[in-house]
Design a protein. Structure first.
Length: 444
């Protein structure tokens, strides 16, 4: 029997505090003063020691103790939930890089479902997005390796790699008959957390692709620039959180704080004292109270659900799109020795009204599914202005004080709207709603 197996067998006789506080290489003399077991499943510990020893003796290839114990640790965590993981030094480093906004790979946020790898969302401007991968896609093979039963961590490791190298994914997609293959070329993934632009003369757009350390600060800067571009007459904003997999909790809090001036933003509940947190808004208002429409879909997860749920509860934004992903748990990084760490689910978060989003998601106030519009052919139209001898009115001297409209500008505006309706129907609907809200509001 190996030395570690002897220790494991002996550990089955120790009390809980001693087992949890000592390493497997601790002197056995400590066991002599241990009290009787206080709640540990001794039979299961004995079984673990026996399995460990059987593997050491009978497995077809020799496996060292270190590898077996690391596999055991990974197994413990994988049995908890899809988001708890054991991070080796390289995994820990990659996680830190991703929260800073740069890492290598395909640009996929993934989870596990029924033993397969499920796409949560492809990140913007990455090989995964360019290849047309979609949320809810199931990955069943990586190159020629089936992923059935493979750990999520192992699958992620296989998808990572040197930029410029290829990997072949076999995909199962709802509504598509049979699996199909997609070949992607790995790249250095640089995530721009926040993008902004004007949708129309008085309406702005902010897209958050992922919540990183500086996302809150970048959203505030984007709001300032949009107000400036609109000549301080910004009438509304679309906040696009579609296919946003989440990220840093504090960043989500800061984004919500940019739109409300008081009240609870989010709170968490867990078993540890420091896992029970409450975050409230400050009185700053960089948004200046403009109407907001938030776009969400099935790829909207975690921190992006905190933002949409909080602003929905405060009635500060209209939520539009489709049901979100439903990840309402908080993962804490717990550093271990030798530059390793645990990513462990330690709490659930709740919106200000007490809603848990875990496995439920955020329901949109207005459901708008993705669509592609085909414009109807316009027939010849005859208006009063086309009739011979129609009356002319001097618009400059009209009673309402309006000037003659710029027909060329109107045509350009209509063309721009038609393009948006065909390329992004959900965004088109969000902009239309903002304009409707402005019509019904008195001019400030």
């Amino acid at each position: 029997m190996s030395a570690i197996s002897m220790h494991l067998t002996r550990l089955a006789r120790l009390s809980a505090p001693v087992i949890l506080g000592m390493s497997l290489t601790a002197p056995l003399a400590l066991a002599e003063t241990a009290k009787e077991p206080a709640g540990l499943p001794l039979e299961e510990l004995r079984t673990f020691g026996e399995v460990f020893e059987r593997i050491k003796r009978a497995y077809v290839h020799e496996v060292d103790d270190k590898e077996l114990l690391e596999n055991a640790i990974r197994g413990m965590l994988s049995g908890l939930d899809p988001h708890s993981n054991y991070l080796k030094p390289e995994d820990f480093e990659e996680l830190q890089e991703s929260t800073q906004g740069e890492f290598g790979g395909l640009g996929l946020e993934v989870g596990s479902e029924n033993g397969f790898i499920k796409v949560v969302t492809p990140l913007d401007d990455t090989p995964a997005a360019q290849a047309g991968l979609k949320p809810q896609d199931l990955i069943i093979k990586l190159d020629d390796t089936p992923v059935k039963g493979m750990s999520l961590q192992k699958a992620v490791e296989m998808m990572r790699g040197k930029p410029g190298t290829d990997i072949r994914l076999t995909i199962v997609r709802d509504g598509v008959e049979g699996p199909f293959e997609v070949t992607l070329t790995r790249d250095l993934i640089r995530i721009t957390s926040v993008k902004h632009r004007m949708l129309d003369e008085h309406y702005g757009y902010i897209r958050i692709t992922q919540f990183q350390v500086h996302t809150g600060e970048e959203v505030e800067k984007s709001l300032l620039k949009l107000h400036e571009k609109a000549g301080s007459k910004l009438r509304g904003l679309v906040l696009d959180l579609r296919n946003n997999p989440g990220g840093v909790l504090q960043a989500a809090v800061e984004v919500v704080d940019a739109f409300i001036t008081e009240g609870l933003i989010v709170y968490t509940e867990g078993r540890l004292n420091n896992s029970e947190l409450r975050f409230s808004a400050t009185d700053r208002d960089p948004s200046l109270g403009i109407p907001v429409v938030i776009l969400i879909n099935e790829g909207t997860a975690s921190a992006s659900e905190i933002v949409s749920g909080a602003l929905q509860d405060h009635r500060r934004a209209v939520i539009m799109g489709t049901q979100s992903f439903g990840k309402g748990s908080v993962q804490t990084i717990l550093p271990l020795a030798s530059e390793r760490a645990l990513k462990l689910t330690t709490a659930l978060y709740f919106t200000p009204s007490g809603r848990s989003i875990q496995a439920q998601g955020v329901s949109p106030d207005i459901e708008v599914r993705p669509a592609r519009l085909t414009p109807l052919e316009t027939k010849l139209q005859v208006t009063e202005a086309d009739l011979d001898g129609h009356l002319e009115v001097d618009q400059k001297n009209s009673t309402d004080g309006t000037a003659t409209p710029d027909k060329k500008q109107d045509k350009r505006s209509v063309s721009k709207k038609e393009d948006l309706a065909q390329t992004d129907y959900q965004l088109f609907e969000a902009l239309s709603l903002l304009k409707g809200l402005h019509i019904l509001q008195p001019e400030k």
